[in-house]
Write a protein that binds this ligand. Structure first.
Ligand code: URA
Length: 235
C-alpha cells in the first residue's frame, strides 16, 4: 500500500496532511525513515512510526481498554468524558466505537473497534457471548440469591425471566456473575431483583478474553490477531 494512503487509513489526517508528514521525514517504516509518500509498502507484519511512536499496521483497529469509572461509552457523552478520549487521536479518527456499553461507574474490560462486522457479531443477542463481572454488593450475598440469579429473574420491560449463565460467591459482598445478554443496566437490575444492590461493578472478561493484568485503569492495548481469532470463535 502507498505510504501516504497507509497513514491516512490509520487516522493521520487528510492525504495532503499525511504527505506533508512523510516529506517532513517524520515517518519511518520498520525503523527506517521514508520520505516518499508514494513508496509501496508491504503491509505484512508492518510496524511504522510517526514522530517516534510505533503503530502496527492494522486492517481494522481493535483495542482493549481498562475502563476507569467516570467515563461514558457514548461518542456524544452527556455528563462525563467519553472513553474515546482515553485513546490517541489517530485511533479516534478511524471512527472506533465501543462494543456494547458499560455504565459510567463500571470499570474493566471494554473492547473498542472500527470493525463494524466484529462489533455486530459480538453484540448480537443470538451469539450469547458471555460477559463476566465482578460485583461488589451492598449486602452479603447468599446461596438463595445465587439460586435465584441462576434460575432467572424478571426485569421490568422484559417479557421473560433472565438467568445468569453463572453466579458464584467470591466473598461476603463479592459475586462473580456471568451473563450472555447485554441489556440496559442488566447486572444492577438482576442484583436488585434478588434484594441486593451493586456498589461496584467491574468487567473481567468477554468470551475467552480476560482483561490483561498489566493494563492500568485508563490504559489500552491492541488486541492481538490470536485474541481476535479466539473472540470470533466465542459462541
Ligand atoms: N450491567 C450493568 O448494570 N452495568 C454495566 O455497566 C454492565 C452490565
Amino acid at each position: 500500500m502507498q505510504l501516504e494512503r497507509l497513514l491516512q487509513k490509520h487516522g493521520f489526517g487528510t492525504r495532503k496532511g499525511c504527505r506533508a508528514l512523510i516529506r517532513q521525514e517524520r515517518v519511518a517504516v520498520n525503523g527506517v525513515v521514508c520520505d516518499d509518500p508514494f513508496a509501496e509498502i508491504p503491509t505484512d507484519d508492518l510496524v511504522f512510526s510517526v514522530d517516534g511512536v510505533d503503530w502496527p499496521y492494522r486492517e481494522f483497529a481493535t483495542v482493549i481498554l481498562n475502563k476507569p469509572a467516570g467515563y461514558e461509552c457514548s461518542r456524544k457523552p452527556q455528563h462525563h468524558p467519553s472513553v474515546l478520549e482515553l485513546l490517541p487521536v489517530p485511533l479516534r479518527e478511524r471512527g472506533v466505537q465501543p462494543i456494547g456499553r458499560l455504565d459510567e461507574d463500571t470499570t474493566g474490560l471494554l473492547l473498542i473497534t472500527d470493525d463494524g462486522q466484529l462489533n455486530h457479531q459480538l453484540s448480537s443477542a443470538r451469539r450469547k457471548v458471555p460477559k463476566v463481572y465482578r460485583v461488589t454488593t451492598r449486602h452479603p450475598v447468599d446461596e438463595a440469591q445465587i439460586a435465584q440469579l441462576l434460575a432467572g429473574v424478571l426485569l421490568n420491560d422484559e417479557p421473560a425471566p433472565i438467568a445468569a449463565a453463572d453466579a458464584e460467591i467470591m466473598g461476603d459482598r463479592l459475586l462473580r456473575l456471568t451473563i450472555t445478554e447485554g441489556k440496559y443496566h442488566q447486572v444492577k437490575r438482576m442484583v436488585a431483583a434478588v434484594g441486593n444492590r451493586v456498589d461496584a461493578l467491574h468487567r473481567e472478561a468477554v468470551g475467552e478474553l480476560t482483561l490483561p493484568g498489566h493494563l492500568q485503569p485508563g490504559e489500552w492495548c491492541w488486541l492481538t490477531p490470536a485474541d481476535l481469532d479466539q473472540l470470533v470463535k466465542t459462541k
